[in-house]
Design a protein around this ligand. Structure first.
Ligand SMILES: C[S@@+](CC[C@H](N)C(=O)[O-])C[C@H]1O[C@@H](n2cnc3c(N)ncnc32)[C@H](O)[C@@H]1O
Length: 219
């Protein structure tokens, strides 16, 4: 029954990483279709590149950063196969060094799909978010897909994030425009993993602010 609901589930196990689902995250695909991406796009921790390729297929130029050479090579090969090489760059870059890119070409949209939640302490999340802010153009948007503490296992995902942690991470210098409850797909979770899809922008003004987070159910 669960296999019908999630055909990527292989009950015999798979050598693939849990996130190597060979298709974009449905929440990201829906965001692309809703016009949530614009301008130059950076996909931080792009993995096997399916989200980046989905965004590129909509006509945008996308750069993907990751540390995993095998995943980057896979993404480049898929870009070639799909005729997307001209609109994609997949580069080995450590997201922990984003903060050093200040002054480099900023991106109008930045995507963090399933990376933010792996930073387990407020200080590490704050540093990661500061790096994301460094590469976001003024007026740009940041989308973060992360596992939610509302998920009910088994299986229990290795990382989850609460709304309070999201508020805290984006309290300084950001406006949280929206948080949606959604589901991420994973090779380890046949029913998916309850997740948050957060959209933020840099606050104007010197002190920054965050406002109350509206809930919107995904249709
Ligand atoms: C859970 S996977 C998500 C992959 C992809 N964003 C997706 O949604 O399918 C996390 C990815 O972040 C990458 N990653 C983790 N730490 C990183 C870092 N410091 N710099 C760049 N990539 C990193 C991993 O190699 C992995 O590909």
């Amino acid at each position: 029954m669960t296999e019908q609901r999630n055909p990527i589930w292989d009950p015999n196990g798979s050598p693939r990483a849990p996130w190597d689902v060979r298709r974009p995250q449905p929440a990201i695909q829906a965001l692309v279709e809703a016009g949530g991406f614009s301008g130059r796009v950076l996909d931080v921790g792009c993995g096997y590149g399916e989200n980046a390729l989905c965004i590129a297929a909509s006509g945008l130029h996308v750069t993907g950063y990751d540390l995993d050479r095998e995943a980057l090579d896979w993404a480049k090969d898929r870009a070639d196969e799909r005729g997307l090489r001209d609109r994609t760059r997949f580069l080995r870059f450590d997201a922990r060094r984003l903060i050093n890119l200040a002054g480099d070409t900023p991106y109008e949209t930045v995507l963090d799909s399933l990376v933010f939640h792996s930073y387990k302490t407020p200080a590490r999340r704050a540093r990661h978010v500061a790096g994301l802010g460094t590469v976001l153009a003024p007026g740009g948007r940041l989308h973060v897909l992360c596992y939610s503490d509302q998920h009910v296992g088994p299986p229990d995902p290795p990382h989850t994030v609460s709304l309070a942690a999201i508020r805290e991470a984006f309290a300084d210098g950001w406006t949280v425009d929206e948080v949606r409850e959604t589901t991420s797909i994973s090779n380890l979770a046949p029913d998916g993993v309850a997740s948050w899809l957060v959209t933020c922008s840099r606050s104007t003004g010197s002190t920054g602010s965050s406002r109350s987070i509206p809930y919107r159910e995904e249709s």
